[in-house]
Design a protein around this ligand. Structure first.
Ligand code: ADP
Ligand code: MG
Length: 728
């Protein structure tokens, strides 16, 4: 082993779990202690200010300047008790992760002293010099103003010495420049549309909420090994590396005992999460070696998404304390599972009813079926767009890789629900939808068991699966901001619910009873989805690719092409109707998406080229030289027989030479392709050119991985998969 690699591997292996001081209190005692939640609002604000703020949060009323000043004063007192010295607006631009610009509380009073101030103005609005954030041409650099504005529905929190204020990020002209703004618009649309539909069934419902429960998958890699891999450092994934002899074939990692160093990291992460009010619930090993998952209890979507962003930050910081680096990339290692972020999505009323859970009587079941079917209709209509909403340069490596959902959006219902829908189509519209008793005792004609969770078989190959009381959108990438996919899903569902409500109203106006009006509207919708978007079979099979195409589902696998769905007329109209994106925003965002795609592939291609030339070929040549001198010596000692005696070495030299020459040619071609692509002005066309370059990286990897198999282990300069994946 090269000395450097040997030392790195040895040190990584010897590392022991860091001792984490267990908090003395129970989680319930420190949960949310770093969040300016209701309890703190009550304590630090006077009654009028408190009420005004609650009205603003719940009723969407504006805060006047005086109230805002008082809120800020209360926050300041609370924050300073926690040693806070700075504030920042915390926002989610169209890059990965969140952005912050810290300002200290300090104000100079012009008389040589300073005071700590924080007023309503700096709470509500800031103008970060944000010209470098991606904006797709909405803000020319000379007109670079972008504003961050407080989102009072998401609580203010403390990170280290800084008071963080969750904000939206918008252009001077009002366009959204972030993930939060469209998500909030989509939540408004779906909340209003769903409330309208709910009121058909229960006028007591005043508000519907959209919920999100994310499941964050990730890898941990020892930081020393990470630092010895330029590809991991710069791209977040390994661009090369021969498969380890042992990987996940024994399934011994999945749900296995958590390694002690990792467990220490998880404990500290949970502690941090709890203090930030994130209700973390589940932690376990995932399928691949060194892969793990973290999931909270689901909650209101805007907040849940902020919390996901927050925990991703925390993971990065806390992992380093434990000598790890977190990989949030969707496919850090070839040949083993990648990481996703299942988005468990549902709607629920302010009266506590889950709209995707079967009910207790015929009426609530009709409501359940209504929402269930309309969600599927939305997914059907916008399946290509939904796929575009999860597409990225990184997630593309995971989708369709026979361990993640395929690159086709279909919905899994399970046998019970599929049969129920088929029956409903045939029965008279006034048939009451009964519930089967526990364990499926037949009660009515259409049985919907009460205990659903036990009943839906787990089809892991489906990108959009019904799991008893929610849908799981599983195609979302582990590094993604859920806001992108969730804004699209909520918008599509909102639009469909509005359409549905209109046709029910028409039926009602024609004198039909509610249940008949609803079923008469639902039946043609069921007929249109049941044999198209609904698919319970194996999503990995080759037949499905063909069948999906016949069913009219989108099967595109080229990411830059997928993005075009955002500006397709039916998507633009849907987003306009729901008020989620303007046409200008959609066009601008696509520019950003293509540009980001291009840059990511460009970086990978550069790293690949340089590693091939600076790491791999020199190692291969060094080994080749050893072999050649061996052959040379054999020839000197056995001039007549050396061809036989050194036959293996001669073959090896030939093989190595072939790989080196292939590699160097492919790298040259790739560099030329990049030069040509860089000249293209149009972002879409450029991204398409880079898509081809991305494909070529697979080919370039092949001779490298072959060389890894042959070259003396001593000479190989990079930590191998077996080291990256099994040391923890
Ligand atoms: P699994 O890995 O089996 O899918 P997990 O327990 O890891 O399940 O994660 C399920 C996620 O779904 C959790 O975040 C959970 O809180 C969330 N969830 C459960 N019920 C709902 C619901 N009705 N709406 C939204 N999310 C939900
Ligand atoms: Mg799940």
């Amino acid at each position: 082993m090269s000395e450097l690699r040997f030392n790195v591997v040895k040190n990584a292996f010897k590392k022991k779990a860091k001792r984490v001081k267990a908090p003395e209190e129970r989680p319930s005692e420190y949960f949310g202690e770093l969040v300016f939640n209701r309890e703190k609002m009550q304590k630090y604000l006077d009654a009028d200010t408190f009420n005004a703020l609650i009205n603003c949060i719940e009723g969407g009323t504006a805060l006047d300047r005086i109230t805002a000043d008082r809120v800020a004063a209360g926050m300041k007192t609370w924050a300073m008790e926690h040693g806070v010295t700075h504030i920042t607006h915390w926002f989610q631009p169209l890059t990965e992760g969140t952005a912050e610009k810290h300002d200290s509380f300090v104000e100079y009073d012009q008389r040589g002293s300073i005071t700590e101030t924080f007023d309503g103005r700096s709470l509500i609005q800031q103008e970060p010099d944000a010209s470098s954030f991606p904006n797709g041409g909405i803000r020319a650099t000379f007109e670079a103003r972008g504003y961050t504005a407080w989102d009072p529905t998401s609580p203010v929190f403390i990170q280290d010495d800084t008071l963080c204020i969750p904000t939206v990020f918008i252009a001077y002209t009002g366009e959204a420049l972030d993930y939060k703004t469209p998500l909030k618009r989509a939540l408004k649309a779906v909340t209003e549309a769903a409330t309208d539909v709910c009121q058909l069934f229960d006028p007591k419902v005043k508000k519907v909420y959209a919920y999100l429960g994310w499941e964050q998958e990730y890898f941990l890699v020892d930081e020393d090994l990470f630092a010895a891999r330029p590809d991991l450092m710069l791209t977040g994934r390994t661009l090369m590396g021969h498969a380890s002899s042992k990987n996940q074939q024994l399934d011994d990692h999945y749900f296995g005992a958590i390694p002690s160093r990792v467990a220490a990291f998880m404990r500290e992460l949970e502690f941090a999460g709890f203090r930030l009010g994130i209700p973390l619930k589940t932690r376990h090993n995932e399928a691949a070696p060194n892969q793990f998952e973290l999931a909270p209890i689901y909650g209101e979507m805007n907040l849940a998404n902020d919390q996901n962003q927050l925990i991703m930050n925390e993971m990065n910081t806390i992992a380093r304390k434990h000598g790890f680096v977190v990989l949030l990339h969707e496919k850090p290692f070839d040949g083993i599972n990648g990481s996703g972020k299942h988005n468990n999505w549902s709607l629920g009323t302010d009266t506590g009813v889950g709209l995707l859970s079967p009910g207790k009587d015929a009426k609530s079941n009709l409501q359940f079926i209504t929402f269930f079917v309309n969600v599927l209709a939305a997914v059907q209509k916008h399946n290509a767009l939904l796929k575009a909403s999860i597409a990225s340069a990184t997630n593309t490596h995971r989708l369709g890789a026979n361990e993640a959902p395929p690159a086709i959006i279909s919905a899994f219902l399970g046998r019970t629900m599929t049969e129920a829908l088929r029956k409903l189509m045939e029965l008279p519209s006034d048939t009451p939808i009964e519930i089967a008793g526990k364990k499926g005792t037949k009660v009515g004609l259409v049985e919907i068991p009460e205990i659903f969770i036990d009943n839906t078989d787990r089809n892991r190959t489906s990108p959009f699966a019904f799991t008893g009381n929610r849908f799981e959108f599983r195609a979302v990438g582990s590094s993604a901001n859920c806001g992108g996919a969730m804004a699209t899903l909520n918008a599509a569902v909102a639009d469909q619910l509005v359409l549905f409500k209109k046709s029910v109203d028409k039926e009602l106006a024609a004198g039909k009873k509610l249940n008949v009006a609803v079923m008469d509207t639902l039946k043609p919708i069921i007929a249109s989805i049941i044999d198209t978007v609904c698919f319970d079979g194996n999503g990995y099979s080759e037949e499905w690719q063909k069948e999906a195409k016949q069913r009219g589902l989108d099967t595109e696998t080229n990411v830059p092409e997928m993005f075009k769905w955002f500006t397709a007329p039916q998507s633009v109209e849907m987003f306009k109707r729901t008020g989620v994106y303007t046409e200008k925003e959609l066009a601008a965002r696509n520019e950003v998406k293509w540009n980001t795609y291009t840059k990511k592939v460009q970086i990978e291609a550069r790293v690949m080229g340089r590693m091939a030339i600076n790491h791999i070929i020199p190692a291969a040549l060094a080994y080749k030289n050893r072999l050649l001198s061996n052959i040379q010596m054999t020839k000197e000692v056995f001039p007549d027989e050396y061809q036989t005696l050194a036959a293996t070495e001669i073959d090896m030299v030939k093989t190595i030479t072939k790989h080196i020459s292939d590699l160097s040619k492919m790298v040259d071609n790739m560099v030329n392709a990049r030069k040509a692509a860089n000249k293209i002005e149009d972002e879409y066309k450029k991204a398409c050119a880079y898509h081809d370059i991305a494909e070529s990286l697979f080919a370039i990897r092949r001779p490298i991985d072959k060389l890894e198999e042959i070259v003396d282990n001593d000479l190989w300069p990079l930590p191998k998969y077996r080291e990256l994946l099994f040391i923890n």
